[in-house]
Design a protein around this ligand. Structure first.
Ligand SMILES: [Zn+2]
Length: 371
């Protein structure tokens, strides 16, 4: 996640904190110290209130980390490696390298996080009952018990990609026997919840409660998260195990480095591609883009060879033919390019465009729908 730094390592999993969390830290500590605790636990000094605020916020952080570790440790037992856990403004995310292999696995992974939160809620509640209201800690314990119960319960709302939505997906997956269709259905239910939250937000604003904005914001975030996790899954499913060589175009129109720009422009008119790889006897030298030609005045075209304006070979985004298509797609996204050149031993083997991948994904989805 952008703007995150590594904070430590637990059970072999990197824990990183997003900068947005620091904002939450300040906001929570302040609100608790200045408003919440003075209201619910009067007659302590400001220093004590601030300590209560800061300790509570740290313990919220630990609680959310334990929730994510709950998911992560079960996922690892299910054979899914966890790259890292990120804590950010809305809580945490455990980054799973792949999707669960079975509905039962998904169910266990999804339930364990809220399970940890609810158990933590009971632990804090037990310690709360063991202490008396004269000591400041008593109020902190009660607050943390509430927070953990709320975290556990909210996450169980069946709105994918919340944990409850994953539980729903596991159930649908078991019934439908297709993970993609189950995800689509779960994402749909999730979007209903998201729009419900947005609707409630608007009603609240009409009743002049500005908390409504918060509902609208959370609803929108939930909707976006649901859609993007569905799209991501479809991509991964469609491209899983497919090597680049299987979907690349092999009939590539290339230009020689010595061709002048006036001839190149004719080629652009003829083929209407956005760019041509530059090759010399099959060896890749670079890539020339339509926009680069536009940067040269037309009177200079007859005297300018392609080699002078092309992007040189070493600066291009390239993959080997046996690279997985998923990896090629990620490389394209990272380099912000619409096509990637397939090269083996310096020789141009083919070209893979985003359009090729979209066609493959579309075909995959149409076939999946029939099942
Ligand atoms: Zn969770």
């Amino acid at each position: 996640m952008q703007g995150s730094f590594r904070a430590g390592r637990v059970f072999g999993i990197d824990v990183e904190i997003n900068v947005s969390w620091l904002l939450v830290f300040a906001l929570f500590s302040f609100t608790l110290a200045q408003h919440y605790y003075p209201m619910f636990a009067p007659e302590f000094s400001p220093t004590v209130y601030w300590s209560m605020g800061i300790i509570s916020t740290i313990l919220i952080f630990v609680s959310i980390l334990l929730h994510e570790l709950g998911h992560s440790l079960v996922a690892i037992r299910e054979g899914i490696s966890i790259k890292k856990i990120t804590l950010f403004i809305f809580g945490g995310v455990a980054h799973m390298e792949e999707e669960p292999k079975s509905p039962a696995g998904e169910l266990k992974i999804a339930l364990f996080g809220p399970g940890v939160s609810i158990v933590l809620g009971f632990i804090f509640l037990a310690f709360y009952y063991l202490t008396t209201p004269e000591i400041a800690l008593n109020h902190v314990l009660r607050f943390l018990a509430q927070v953990n119960f709320v975290v556990g319960i909210i996450n169980l709302i069946p709105a994918f990609p919340l944990d409850g939505g994953r539980v729903l997906r596991a159930g649908l997956w078991h019934i439908m026997k297709s993970m993609i269709r189950a995800t689509r259905a779960a994402a749909f239910v999730g979007s209903v919840f998201a729009f419900l939250a947005i609707g409630i937000g608007f009603v609240m604003i009409f009743q002049t409660s500005w908390w409504g904005l918060w509902y609208i914001f959370l609803g929108w975030m939930l909707y976006q998260a649901g859609q993007s996790s569905y799209v991501q899954l479809v991509f991964h499913q469609a491209l899983k195990g497919v090597p680049v060589s299987q979907i690349m175009s092999t009939e590539v129109q290339t230009v020689s480095p010595n061709v002048t720009l006036d001839r190149l422009v004719e080629k652009f008119y003829k083929y209407r591609f956005g760019a041509f790889p530059v090759a010399d006897n099959g060896r890749l030298r670079g890539l020339v883009d339509f926009n680069q030609v536009r940067g040269v005045p037309s009177e200079e075209w007859p005297n300018t060879p392609v080699s002078r304006i092309m992007i040189p070979e070493e600066k291009l985004v390239k993959v080997a033919p046996n690279t997985e298509a998923v990896e090629a797609m990620m490389k394209m996204a990272a380099g912000n390019v619409g096509r990637i050149l397939v090269v083996e031993g310096g020789e141009l083997m083919g070209i893979l465009s985003r359009t090729d991948m979209m066609k493959l994904i579309r075909m995959h989805m149409l076939l999946e729908k029939r099942k």
